[in-house]
Design a protein around this ligand. Structure first.
Ligand SMILES: NC(=O)c1ccc[n+]([C@@H]2O[C@H](COP(=O)([O-])OP(=O)(O)OC[C@H]3O[C@@H](n4cnc5c(N)ncnc54)[C@H](O)[C@@H]3O)[C@@H](O)[C@H]2O)c1
Length: 391
């Protein structure tokens, strides 16, 4: 892992929560990434996630944004979770106000992040020069409108990442000449897992297993994804009362034991690791979650010859949505946003798989070469008249 440009630690004054803001790199003074809240968050994890964001912006063809991440080690379901998030974001406000664009991530809601920004009259964090740019200001207005729109019944912002993952999956599966109606197991049924499952079922895939924080539900003939979405709660937990009689419920730890062609982790990091990587039965893993395979687990997956679409190639939908609308790369229309993400996810996935085949190498190793970010400092923003000679 390369060293991050900036690491800031926060200690809450009212609880034992700790948090970190890690900026892996800036691009023209701007950087973007989500804010995660989970009891297992560590500084090292936030550093790894920030680096993945930097790669993801390169994979998104971004010319405006570097990668950062924030993480708070705290229970996202605690009654004071919002208050903890608020104190953390307020502590980070001097950076946010200058162009550290934090959004939401696992365990936080984008509406909550925006509500806290609004207390400081910040709509979307921007650099000082972006704040003067009428095209960017129009892009923000368009983004605000699009955030309230829906596609297939889902809020557009909740669909963009999962749909992109589904398009990457489809591209990779077709590249592998996989059979029609392939079976898929998904871990996690939040924004990403649910929308990915929906789009894949629309594309003709059979979702045979889904796990959430409480359970694993399976069905060889395929689960009714729409019905599961209609009855899930805000934490992405499915409602047992609406399961069909031919569904089987097991412990969520058994998710890798289900026979399937494709596995898609859409929840936490390092969930495929030394202890369970050997039991992966599929020939393709698509990483919807960030860093869902530990480095030890990855060695096993690589050795088994399983193909992967790695995280920053598959799950860039949300950041492409943001970049493309705010910086005017796409018409502000929900279907145009999805089409743009589909094009990018398919292009990058095809590039990854064709290069891997040509060079007879593992997809992840290739991805880290193709999408390598540059880390530059912020000296270009200093006042040139105050040049300080090296001592
Ligand atoms: N939301 C986005 O646009 C986006 C973009 C890129 C990457 N990601 C990554 O995707 C992942 C999921 O994000 P999200 O926004 O869908 O989160 P979310 O909070 O909406 O949903 C998380 C899901 O994971 C489930 N879960 C938690 N612990 C679990 C366990 N032990 N076993 C099985 N399931 C478990 C929860 O029940 C829930 O269904 C995260 O790694 C996040 O960083 C999200």
């Amino acid at each position: 892992m390369a060293k991050a440009y900036l690491v800031i630690e926060w200690n809450d004054t009212e609880t034992d929560a700790q948090g970190w803001l890690v900026v892996h790199n800036f691009m023209k003074g701007y950087t973007g990434g989500g804010t995660r809240m989970h009891p297992s968050v560590t500084k090292e994890e936030v550093e790894r996630l920030a680096e993945a964001m930097a790669y993801k912006y390169v994979a998104s063809d971004s010319e405006t944004t570097g990668g950062c991440k924030a993480g708070i080690s705290y229970d996202y379901k605690a009654p004071d979770a919002y208050a903890v998030l608020r104190r953390f974001l307020i502590a980070m406000m001097p950076y946010i106000d200058k162009g550290v664009s934090l959004g939401s991530d696992l365990g936080t809601k984008y509406e909550d992040v925006l509500e806290i920004f609004n207390e400081f009259s910040i709509d979307i964090p921007l650099t000082p020069s972006m704040k003067q740019d009428p095209a960017v200001l129009q892009g923000i207005k368009d983004f605000d409108v699009l955030m309230k729109t829906r596609i297939d019944g889902l809020l557009l912002n909740d669909a963009v990442t999962g749909y992109g993952v589904a398009f990457s999956t489809d591209e990779a599966w077709k590249y592998k000449n996989g059979k029609d109606g392939a079976s898929v197991v998904i871990q996690g049924f939040g924004c990403v897992g649910a929308s990915c499952a929906l789009k894949l079922s629309q594309l003709g895939y059979k979702i045979v297993g889904i796990s959430d924080a409480n359970l694993l539900v399976t069905c060889e003939e395929g689960l009714d994804v729409q019905k599961l979405i209609d009855h899930k709660n805000v934490y992405g937990e499915m409602d047992h009362d609406y399961f069909e009689s031919n569904y089987t419920v097991r412990s969520n730890e058994n998710w890798l034991d289900v026979d399937c062609d494709i596995v898609i982790p859409c929840a936490l990091e390092d969930v495929i690791n030394q202890s369970n990587a050997d039991s992966v039965k599929s020939s393709l893993i698509v990483e919807a979650a960030n860093i869902p395979i530990s480095s030890e687990g990855d060695e096993i997956i690589k050795h088994k010859g399983i193909d992967i679409v790695n995280d920053f190639v598959a799950n860039l939908g949300a950041i492409r949505f943001y970049d493309a609308v705010i910086f005017g790369l796409v018409k502000p229309d929900p279907q145009d946003v999805i089409d743009d993400i589909e094009k990018l996810c398919r292009k990058n996935t095809y590039q990854l798989f064709s290069q891997a085949k040509k060079q007879n190498r593992y997809q992840r190793d290739i991805a880290y070469e193709i999408f390598k970010p540059e880390v530059s400092d912020l000296l270009e923003f200093a006042d040139p008249s105050k040049k300080v000679a090296a001592q």
